[in-house]
Design a protein around this ligand. Structure first.
Ligand code: ACO
Length: 325
């Protein structure tokens, strides 16, 4: 038995924020952002939208593509660090929205690795027989977690959602492996200090901008390239493949320079690598399912293709998966 992807879907908010729009908010320039990150524009949710709204649309689209009804879904796993509420899980809100009354639903908090952690978790449950069909979602409203006066971070992120339907099937196609890692020693290089139990809500905390994402970009960059490369090699080695066997590499879309450095170290060609960070920026846990859906829509993922995916994010967390499409 393997967990096979039988449908994909995504949702990007209509509002486009270009680098030129950002020039009006902070001391930056289109050229600086493109040169350092490859990002040209990103999407921003409407005022009345949040994470569950985007996740619901992406999930519905994936189910429609798979020809699966909501009642058939056994579990919903949602990777996010920008849920609608601290609790309960945003996955439960999606469950109610789509009417998946037979599903159990929970969120996974692994920052930019959230989707791969969610995928690994759903794959384990399906392979253990705790359900036959799973919705795996990555959805983020990062525009509400960044400080729009901090040029070091606000230029990097965007909003969006992607989803897949996984089904436990007999055969050789589907998820071949998932490898996950974490190292909590790096917490303060990339995190959101407030408001949780450590720094509960306070006027002083708002003054100190604790509810906004904090990042030491250049330190993150180095560890990200190293970790993405190692965990991708780990996946290939565990399955007896080399880079030459990969049909599409669909990495977490953080920054074009991170992607280029990683693909170079892995000896992957541009034709093997899927990139859309220029259009959407870093949507954290949503980048990989959005990219999978776009690659699928563009006809880049064919039956039998070998798909490698890898992610890195706050925690630090990182991971990879190999999928026989
Ligand atoms: N516009 C103009 N100048 C800027 C901007 C901006 N938006 N942001 C920073 N600068 C300035 C800095 O203030 C600094 O100025 P100084 O030299 O006068 O002090 C200068 O540019 C260089 O700053 P660095 O941080 O050293 O620039 P760097 O080349 O490292 O690029 C960046 C910064 C793009 C954040 C890079 O470090 C990076 O991409 N890091 C990875 C971080 C990332 O992608 N995180 C996402 C979450 S984790 C993940 O998804 C992998």
């Amino acid at each position: 038995m393997k967990s096979k992807i039988i449908g994909t879907g995504s949702y990007l908010p209509e509002k486009v924020m270009t680098n030129y729009d950002l020039e009006k908010l902070v001391d930056t320039s289109h050229d600086w952002i493109v040169t350092r990150t490859g990002i040209e524009e990103r999407r921003i949710v409407a005022e009345d939208q949040c994470t569950s709204d985007m996740a619901t649309i992406a999930a519905q689209r994936a189910m429609d593509k798979a020809g699966v009804k909501a009642e058939e879904i056994d579990l919903i796993v949602l990777g996010t660090i920008t849920g609608d509420y601290p609790w309960p899980a945003t996955a439960c809100i999606v469950q109610a929205n789509i009417g998946a009354k037979n599903a159990y639903a929970y969120d996974v908090s692994a920052a930019c690795s959230g989707f791969l952690y969610a995928l690994a978790s759903a794959d384990d449950f399906l392979m253990a027989g705790r359900g036959k069909k799973a919705l795996v979602i990555g959805a983020e409203t990062l525009s509400r977690a960044v400080d729009w006066t901090d040029r070091n971070t606000c230029v990097l992120f965007g909003d969006g959602a992607g989803a897949i339907v996984l089904e436990a099937q007999e055969g050789d196609t589907g998820v071949l492996s998932c490898h996950l890692h974490s190292d909590g020693n790096y917490l303060e290089l990339l995190y959101q200090p407030g408001f949780g139990a450590k720094h509960p809500p306070s006027a002083a905390g708002i003054e100190a901008k604790l509810p906004y994402l904090k990042m030491q970009g250049n330190e993150v960059f180095k560890v990200a390239v190293r970790s993405l490369t190692e965990v991708s090699k780990e996946a290939l080695k565990a399955n007896g493949f080399t880079s030459a066997d990969v049909d599409q590499f669909i990495p977490h879309q953080a920054n074009l320079r991170i992607l280029e450095a990683t693909t170079k170290r892995l000896k992957l060609t541009a034709a093997q690598s899927f990139i859309n960070v220029n259009k959407y920026g870093n949507t954290s846990g949503a980048t990989i399912p959005i990219a999978i859906d776009e690659a699928s829509q563009q006809g880049l993922l064919k039956e039998g293709d070998l798909i490698l995916s890898a992610a890195f994010g706050g925690g630090f967390t990182w991971g990879s998966t190999l999928i026989r499409w």
